[in-house]
Design a protein around this ligand. Sequence first.
Ligand SMILES: Nc1nc2c([nH]c(=O)n2[C@@H]2O[C@H](COP(=O)(O)OP(=O)(O)OP(=O)(O)O)[C@@H](O)[C@H]2O)c(=O)[nH]1
Length: 142
Amino acid sequence: MAGAGPSSPGRPLLLVAAVALIDVDGRVLLARRPEGKPMAGLWEFPGGKVETGERPEDALIRELAEELGIQVHDSCLAPLTFASHGYEAFHLLMPLYVCRRWNGEVRALEGQELAWVRPLRLGDYPMPPADIPLIPMLRDLL
Ligand SMILES: Nc1nc2c([nH]c(=O)n2[C@@H]2O[C@H](COP(=O)(O)OP(=O)(O)OP(=O)(O)O)[C@@H](O)[C@H]2O)c(=O)[nH]1
């Protein structure tokens, strides 16, 4: 997949699960990475690292409850595509799910800035390099 970068044997593989939450108007939720973290200020899909022994779906369910205060059922997470991108310190493998149904109201529980973005405006939001190839696929779906 584009963005995979040159192979680097010493670099660990990092598995991160991410989701495009889609509201009734077809807008996508993006969250802004807070100051102090790597790639601060960039907009990304909600999600996070998959822990050892954890299923990606369970990692997402956990992260969505922690970060956004919503409850998501396994059956509402549909796989869409994935990112495979070589960062300097690790190689990121990131399945991207789509979710249109959840319980509760989306809130920024970790002080992060949130934006509901129309597919055609996704390009206005600077994203991590791994995410760039995912945008056309999301637009095609929506
Ligand atoms: N959640 C998420 N992470 C992404 C996206 N794109 C992308 O490159 N990443 C990278 O995947 C990793 C996600 O890990 P994370 O969110 O759990 O970790 P973090 O850097 O916030 O660190 P921490 O949770 O250890 O404080 C980060 O390196 C992040 O930059 C994305 O769209 N969503």
